[in-house]
Design a protein around this ligand. Structure first.
Ligand code: NAD
Ligand code: TYD
Length: 351
């Protein structure tokens, strides 16, 4: 029997890179991408692999318990890699309930469906929950998040992810589910929805629109190229130890304002603008409510125990990212105009 992996959220930013990696690297696996195609899910991210014989797309909603149970019993995957989530902090401040439904209830629905489908044979199956470093809260005075750092989520997004992490561990402890969890720092790269800092600012610079810097731009984030995160997920899925947590990060901390200046420099070069022209678009705006000051990941465990390490320096990754967005203007234009959602509405609306 083929090894089947069910990847949730595979039409999103990180999920699409994970799906592509698994479809290409494991032609003997059957890769099922389960995604509800919210505003953040885009099948255009996967056109290059959609016709592969080892790939199946399922449009389904993780908040629908009976649908999850039915699909898990029908496809009986050997493993689940769970990425589907609401993922943007600003949206969680406006609408926390959506985050509770998708991130908490959706995860518990999947866990219940896995319990049913894998009853009596948990040790031959793996539930991999993909989470964020934001569950650890905010660092104020040096130091790093390790796997032992107590949870201290500060936004509705991070609280919903922390809650889902707890449920995964509880299902391991209570029902014997084989699980792994990884908590990763901020990702950047191709296919990220232009509401997050880097793609939003590339888009705005291109359009000569203001760059809204929250507060004084002094918040610090640790940035990892999305393809390196996908490679880490591959390693953790296959070699991570049962019931272990792995922190994933690039040891690559940037103050927002420094990162924005670097991005402006790269954009000036790429667009043939004079030095400093793009930086003229920087506009300081009201700070995000409860804005976490600093995230920084200690990724030594995954590096030492599983042999993973980032492949790219940030300066190179940011140039590749800018190149991708400039070369994929149609993608950017479609996701910002909402044209692709109208398309899904027409194609999947009545299913
Ligand atoms: P994303 O918002 O780009 O994609 C989320 C995907 O989930 C979309 O394809 C969406 O359609 C799908 N989805 C949402 N609700 C769903 C539902 N009810 N049923 C089925 N599918 C649904 O997110 P991302 O940035 O790719 O993040 C993926 C995962 O990685 C998330 O769990 C996130 O918490 C985690 N993560 C993200 C980052 C980051 O920097 N982006 C860092 C660490 C961890
Ligand atoms: P974001 O990409 O939303 O990721 P996260 O909040 O999960 O870290 O934001 C990254 C940083 O950039 C964060 O400190 C908030 C800041 N930011 C801005 O200053 N302006 C913006 O328009 C956005 C979207 C983010």
């Amino acid at each position: 029997m083929k090894h089947t992996v069910l990847i949730t959220g595979g039409a999103g930013f990180i999920g699409s890179h994970v799906v592509r990696l698994f479809v290409r690297k494991y032609p003997d696996y059957h890769i099922i991408n389960l995604d509800n195609l919210t505003y953040a899910g885009n099948l255009a991210n996967l056109t290059d692999i959609e016709a592969e014989p080892n790939y199946t797309f399922l449009k389904a909603d993780i908040t629908n318990a009976s649908q999850m149970e039915e699909l898990m019993l029908k496809h009986r995957p050997n493993g689940v890699i769970h990425l589907a989530a609401e993922s943007h902090v600003d949206r969680s401040i406006t609408n926390p309930m959506e985050f509770i439904m998708t991130n908490v209830v959706g995860t518990v629905n999947l866990l219940n469906a896995a319990r049913k489908a894998w009853s009596g044979v948990f040790d031959q199956h793996r539930f991999y929950h993909v989470s964020t470093d934001e569950v650890y809260g905010s660092l104020h005075d040096g130091g790093f998040f390790t796997e032992e750092t107590p949870y201290d989520p500060q936004s509705p997004y991070s609280a919903s992810k922390a809650s889902s992490d707890h449920f995964v561990r509880a299902y391991g402890n209570t029902y014997g589910l084989d699980y792994v969890i990884s908590n990763c720092s901020n990702n950047y790269g191709p296919n990220q929805f232009p509401e997050k800092l880097i793609p939003l600012f590339i888009h705005n610079i291109r359009q000569n629109k203001p760059l809204p810097v929250y507060g004084k731009g002094e918040n610090v984030r640790d940035w990892l190229y999305v393809i390196d995160h996908a490679a880490a997920i591959d390693v953790v899925y296959h070699n991570g130890k049962n019931r272990e947590t792995y922190n994933i990060g690039g040891f690559n901390e940037w103050k927002n304002i420094d990162l924005i200046h670097l991005l402006c420099q790269v954009m000036d070069q790429k667009l043939g603008r004079s030095k400093g022209e793009s930086a003229g678009l920087i506009t300081y705006v009201k700070d995000r409510a409860g804005h976490d000051l600093r995230y920084a990941i200690d990724a030594n465990k995954i590096m030492n125990e599983l042999g993973w390490k980032p492949s790219l320096q940030f300066e190179e990754g940011i140039v590749r990212t800018v190149d991708w967005y400039l070369q994929n203007e149609v993608w950017l234009q479609q996701v910002t105009s909402g044209a692709y959602q109208q398309y899904y509405e027409e194609h999947y609306g009545n299913r």
